[in-house]
Write a protein that binds this ligand. Structure first.
Ligand SMILES: O=C(O)c1ccc[n+]([C@@H]2O[C@H](COP(=O)([O-])O)[C@@H](O)[C@H]2O)c1
Ligand SMILES: Cc1cc2nc[nH]c2cc1C
Length: 344
């Protein structure tokens, strides 16, 4: 399987053209703040001053994690499949926010420990009934990891829009994401571990000790794909593959919270240019997310104290993306509206 490779966006002439278009709008210079940075990024991604957001979609990848056997989550594993049912019934937060913002939603079984049977609206890409417990061995085999990445690539190729957001659902996946973060960044485990779905302080300390022991056990693992296979999840691997393909196809990538950003750490180690295509929707309340974003030199759009996942940050950020594109498209210029320019 070929791992997609994103190209870095270099086009100084277009950057100048976009900056002029933004600066000539009827507003004090720089007064649309972050929306100006966003409009510039959208133009650079689409290689045009005529930015259009077409059929945005959010893909929610669900999977289970063998590491839950170590008692690292506040909720039982069965919540993963039960929430998938909730997604399919339209009742989860991501359903509400996606509907509210006119965003298509796809739910993918990446490796949930449950037999859903044949379901019309569930995309079945189940690699296995959850990963193995990485406290005892590798979470997944190299073949399973590559299969998950391949599914992510192929799901992007099935989209017909140019904006894709990523969400996930998987009890135990903040433990996998924290281990990935530690291995990919070198940041101390204690600074990567948080409450997840709501562990108390003793639970967080236990979770950190489980990760410390697993990291010591797998100390020799250094390459990004090996790190992903050793500590990751099927949903995380699928998201990493999908992100690389989305960047290769020059799509706008909306990044959600802690777990989705951990997938990006792997993708960006393989092809750093993927970052040029990423819009960071929010900073999660999960301890570690802020440091993860800083490591990527990323500025999140929203600080709402979210720690839900599911792609909710992406859905909430979508109207801001739309506003950035709309002001670039529709706002009058100083010339067209005959408004006087700044003095001096
Ligand atoms: O997106 C985030 O930043 C985020 C932070 C904390 C928890 N979550 C969600 O909570 C679940 C994982 O939490 P846990 O405690 O079971 O590892 C998983 O379904 C995630 O979607 C998500
Ligand atoms: C209820 C519930 C909903 C979620 N959505 C994403 N992660 C979740 C974890 C729990 C526990």
């Amino acid at each position: 399987m070929r791992i997609p490779s994103a190209s870095p966006i270099h086009n100084a002439a277009l950057a100048d053209q976009l900056s002029s278009a933004i600066n000539n709008k009827t507003k004090p210079l720089g007064s649309l703040g972050t929306l100006e940075r966003l409009a510039l990024q959208l133009g650079m991604i689409q290689q045009s001053v005529d930015v259009r957001l077409v059929r945005p979609a959010i893909l929610v990848f669900a999977a289970d994690h063998g590491i839950v056997a170590e008692g690292v989550s506040a909720y039982p594993q069965s919540v993963t499949w039960q929430m998938v049912e909730n997604f399919l019934a339209g009742g989860a937060a991501i359903n509400v926010f996606a509907r509210q913002n006119g965003c298509a939603l796809q739910i993918v079984d990446a490796g949930v420990n449950h037999d859903f049977g044949t379901r019309a609206t569930l995309i079945d890409r189940k690699v296995a009934m959850g990963t193995h417990n990485f406290a005892q061995g590798q979470a997944m085999t190299e073949a399973e990891c590559l299969r998950a990445i391949g599914h992510g690539i192929e799901l992007i190729d099935g989209l017909d829009g140019n904006v894709v957001g990523f969400g996930e659902m998987g009890i135990g996946n903040t433990t996998a994401a924290a281990a990935l973060m530690h291995k990919m960044t070198g940041i101390a485990v204690a600074d990567c571990v948080g409450a997840g779905t709501g562990l108390p302080p003793e639970g967080i300390a236990h979770k950190a000790s489980v990760i410390e022991a697993a990291v010591a056990r797998h100390a020799e693992v250094r390459e990004p794909l090996d790190i992903l296979a050793t500590f990751g999840g099927f949903e995380i691997a699928m998201i990493a593959g999908a992100m690389l393909r989305a960047a290769e196809r020059r799509m706008v990538i909306l990044v959600d919270g802690f777990i989705v950003t951990s997938a990006l750490l792997v993708a960006a180690r393989l092809h750093p240019a993927v970052l040029d295509y990423c819009v960071f929707s929010h900073c999660s309340n999960e301890r570690g997310h802020q440091r993860m974003l800083e490591h990527l030199n990323a500025t999140p759009l929203l600080h709402l104290g979210l720690r839900l996942g599911e792609g909710t940050g992406c859905a909430l950020a979508l109207p801001l993306l739309a506003s950035a594109a709309a002001f670039l498209q529709e706002m009058a210029t100083f010339d067209s509206a005959q408004v006087s320019q700044r003095e001096g």
